[in-house]
Design a protein around this ligand. Sequence first.
Ligand SMILES: [Zn+2]
Length: 480
Amino acid sequence: MEYIINGYEPKRLFEIFEEISAIPRGSGNEKGIADYICAYAEKLGLFCVRDDVNNVFVRRNAGKGYENAPAVLLQGHTDMVCEKNAATVHDFTKDPLKLRVENGFLSADGTTLGADDGVAVAMMLALLELDEDMPMLECLFTVSEETSLLGAEAFDYSVVSARRMINMDSEGEGIAVVSSAGGADACFTLATDRVSCPERPVKITVTGLAGGHSGTDISTCRMNANRVMGRILARIYEGTPFNLVSIKGGNMKNAIARECTAEIVVLDKNALEGELEIIRKELTDEVCAEDSGIKIFLDKGKACDKMLTYKDTSTIINLLTLAPSGVYAMSPDFEGLVRTSCNCGVVEGDENAIKVWVKTRSSCNSEHEVLLRVLKRLGKALGVSCEISGIYESWDFCKDSEIADQFVKAFKELFPDSGIEPKTAAIHAGLECGTIISRLGGCDTIAIGPNVYDIHSPDERLDLASLERFWKLVLKLIRG
Ligand SMILES: [Zn+2]
């Protein structure tokens, strides 16, 4: 193979990165990369386990002088996000990435680079073959992190002996993530009673909101279209009761809803327009700059045979106004960090039922349980079912993490002139660490990485010099 990255050490690390970039590895398509890792381990004569979802675990025994040193678990995911520019011709199921180096940055031509998390894969393989004595290394290569956390959840952790973990699925030099959020999906379902519809409904639309990620953007002042619709419907209903025919808001549970429509049969349409005008004025004053495009308007609805009863209409309004959405609690340990939140991402329905989805996130398992109980009590109070699914564990902050202290110390010693003050951080989004730590029954963990920018987009690029420094740092942490 001809390599294009030159002048960085250790050479093998960068070569391996180039080699794995030729292996298609979108989420769910990890067989090829698992084959590669297993062949690699076999060539090195190392203990290797592969499970049926293509997670791979490789162990390298302790070297001379490190027999009593604590083992280290290194971890990262083999899958990558497959995004490309509209004009780029690329088949993610079979084409190798076309790498290019520019001004010290590595990127892929028109596609995501997969440094998230190819960096971890290349790091682990380069460390496994390194001809130097080290403590016992255990490397866990997981699948489908980008879509479902399936790999981290399915793996049988009984083979793991280490209780010190370096996850390499983070980015940003000098930052060690020490806590991430877990979460769940709550689904409220109201089985609806329908009565016949005397006339064509009117349709109310809320649109033009900025939306955003339900974790990282939840603390912004952006409004949720489903909540705005709840507010509108509540106000109208108090003046002139109406019957709901249909409601649809948001497309993704993990996005702040940008749009919501509701069809209603209302007798006094003049009063309706008056109420909407008042709400429009209120909202124009209330919204933040990103939401200034908000629009609320009326249209004709689709002709229909059936509509909800007043009682069910009122229940849906109660649900939309009472289901919590937004910041639930802030972190006492990290300034400005949301500890627990929820997002009323999707409202949908058919002729039999209306469903309202609330996604929860928390980096405190006990507080998360409280929130889930709140949601269940709300369902009970309103007479609608509330199903909780998709629970994944949070990575709770631990005040006395040895490996976090070692990270800060090692960074300062290695790079005293970097101008970067190393620090720990917590994120209000999910990482595999939460699942892994809970399955191991506790594990001192940090999540770190080199500088990678614009991940999950075709602009993704890796700062090559920062990967060189990352290697030195990880090596120092492993040696303890
Ligand atoms: Zn990742």
